[in-house]
Design a protein around this ligand. Sequence first.
Ligand SMILES: Nc1ncnc2c1ncn2[C@@H]1O[C@H](COP(=O)(O)OP(=O)(O)O)[C@@H](O)[C@H]1O
Ligand SMILES: [Mg+2]
Length: 132
Amino acid sequence: LVLDYGNIPKIDCYSGKLNQVFMNLLDNAIHAVKEAHEDLENAEIRVSTEYENEHVSITISDNGVGMKEEVKEEIFLPFFTTKEVGRGTGLGLSISYGIIEKHGGTIEVESTLNKGTTFKVTLPETIKKTTA
Ligand SMILES: Nc1ncnc2c1ncn2[C@@H]1O[C@H](COP(=O)(O)OP(=O)(O)O)[C@@H](O)[C@H]1O
Ligand SMILES: [Mg+2]
């Protein structure tokens, strides 16, 4: 696990809800690297933060299994999961999407099959109370 925290300001947010978002992104990343690496020595999850244009961004990337294009298109839908029965609910990313939207933020994904995945969450420094 590589942490690369930039100098970011404190932001006004629903911290419990955002915590849920990052726990899910990390849980997904851990699952993805475990699937891809029998030898966890080579597994890598990077978390980095940045501050730019009054927005804070948090990037979580892994060198796990990655996603096919068809999978990537469905991941934010409720109950979409590729995990075995009993393992995934398919709700993590759809709930995360809603939480980030309430903060007036965005979530972007880049993924290459058998290479890895990057999720980038961008949040405004000041949340727009009207959308929250
Ligand atoms: N880091 C990742 N690497 C590869 N696939 C991922 C990653 N994160 C999410 N996915 C895909 O998105 C699907 C939906 O994720 P999520 O909404 O968190 O539900 P769940 O984790 O319960 O399956 C996963 O089943 C998986 O196919
Ligand atoms: Mg999940």
